[in-house]
Design a protein around this ligand. Structure first.
Ligand code: HEC
Length: 394
């Protein structure tokens, strides 16, 4: 159902002009974007104790400050979305920023509304989820600013290692987050007592190693640790770890041969190649064995948009991004974006072979979100939208 709601979010997201508009003038608008970001950071710092600690939440949930913070969070998320929609104010030509800002805005608005009608615990959950959206945007550009925070500031006191990492990731302190993931991945106690959390640490650590650090050795280190026999009762299947290891080794060999795509076509070929390898590894829907390739593919595709905002390959890149995010769902904030990419792909090159591929992927994804009901129970708005898209796509 959650899935369905999010699909609806995207109903009004695109117009045919999804790719129109100038692609840059970052210097001029950086300040206003940056000040929204600083405010978001400040709000997250204020909200974080209550978001992660139940006793702190019980203490503050009825205060005016907490309510005001939720309201502000919603307002600023809205402001970010408005800026993201005006492509000239975007710090990057990547359409992902529009998609993620829409999800963040929707989440933050729902959180404030839920709070107002007394569903405070629900509101808290939504804000927690929003931290993942920060990373979803920030990790599209590994060259963005990074920060260091003073060691364990007051508001992080008492939080678990992984909750702290969530904060550092959201506020672009990737070094600190990496340290905490490493610590968590090496913790036999965590793997035994909270296997789900341990698994999260492994996958998030890998996401950082690939998306931010572009560092196969770092990824390999995490995988090697997870493969040690003290973790043999871990919930990640052996098969996944072996596949990830193979993926990292292949990546290392490529780096040795120093494949840095020179030129648009070479870069596009690289994305295509990664997609092929990833799809080759993936044997069934929930199969995670292609995760390294999908992460690399998404990083290369975001990079592609940065370098070639007006490319004739945009629709294909969007198709691959959809496929990558479809497979990466469940990973931190990098989830639920697939429909947005496939839809944008249809508009990027209507009535083409690639738009038809995107339409079919989109349609199947929407149906899957409605429990494989083959369209019978689709809300009327969504069924209508599918019809519209089909006409554009064919
Ligand atoms: C729609 C995409 C998007 C979302 C969502 C987003 N950010 Fe950002 N954020 C960016 C971009 C892009 C930059 C880099 C801007 C630049 O290049 O200067 C940035 C920069 C920042 C900075 C550095 C600002 C500075 O002083 O330069 C902070 C802090 C930050 N974000 C915090 C957050 C937090 C916290 C959240 C989540 C509540 C969040 N961001 C959500 C896109 C996003």
């Amino acid at each position: 159902m959650k899935f369905g709601c999010l699909s609806l979010v995207f109903i009004s997201l695109f117009t045919v002009s999804a790719f129109a508009g100038s692609s840059s003038s970052p210097e001029k608008d950086e300040k206003s974007w940056g000040s929204d970001m600083q405010e978001l950071k400040h709000l997250v710092e204020e909200l974080i104790p209550a978001i992660f600690s139940l006793s702190e939440f019980e203490r503050v949930k009825n205060t005016k400050e907490f309510k005001d913070d939720l309201e502000k969070f919603s307002k600023i998320s809205h402001s970010v979305k408005v800026k993201a929609e005006k492509s000239k104010e975007l710090p990057s030509a990547d359409p992902s920023l529009r998609f993620v800002s829409t999800i963040l805005e929707d989440n933050a608005k729902q959180a404030y509304e839920a709070y107002q009608i007394g569903q405070k615990e629900w509101a808290r959950g939504l804000v927690k989820q929003s931290l993942g959206h920060c990373f979803a945007c920030h990790s599209t550009d590994r060259f963005g600013p990074q920060f260091e925070t003073e060691e364990d500031p007051k508001f992080l006191k008492g939080l678990s290692t992984l909750d702290k990492a969530d904060f550092y990731i959201a506020t672009r302190n990737f070094e600190e987050a990496l340290k905490l993931y490493k610590e968590s991945i090496e913790s036999v106690k965590l793997a035994k007592n909270l296997p789900g959390e341990w698994q999260r640490a492994v996958r998030n650590g890998l996401a950082l190693a690939v998306r931010i650090k572009n560092d196969p050795k770092l990824a390999e280190g995490f995988i090697n640790t997870a493969m040690k026999k003290e973790f043999s009762s871990n919930p990640i299947y052996d098969r996944d770890l072996k596949a990830w290891k193979a993926g990292v080794l292949a990546w290392k060999t490529e780096q040795k041969r120093s494949i840095d795509p020179a030129g648009e076509k070479a870069h596009f070929d690289q994305v295509q190649g990664l997609a092929k390898n990833a799809n080759h590894r993936k044997q069934f829907d929930a199969d995670r064995s292609g995760e390294i390739e999908y992460l690399r593919l998404s990083a290369a595709a975001h990079e592609f948009f940065k370098r070639y905002p007006e490319s004739k390959y945009s629709a294909d890149i969007l198709f691959h991004l959809g496929t990558a995010y479809d497979s990466l769902r469940g990973l931190g904030g990098l989830w639920m974006l697939q429909d947005a990419y496939w839809e944008a792909c249809i508009y990027a090159r209507p009535n083409s072979k690639v738009s038809w591929k995107c339409y079919k992927a989109y349609r199947d994804s929407v149906h899957k979100g409605y429990s494989g009901s083959r369209g019978l129970d689709l809300p009327i708005g969504l069924a209508f939208k599918l019809q519209q898209l089909e006409r554009f796509a064919k």
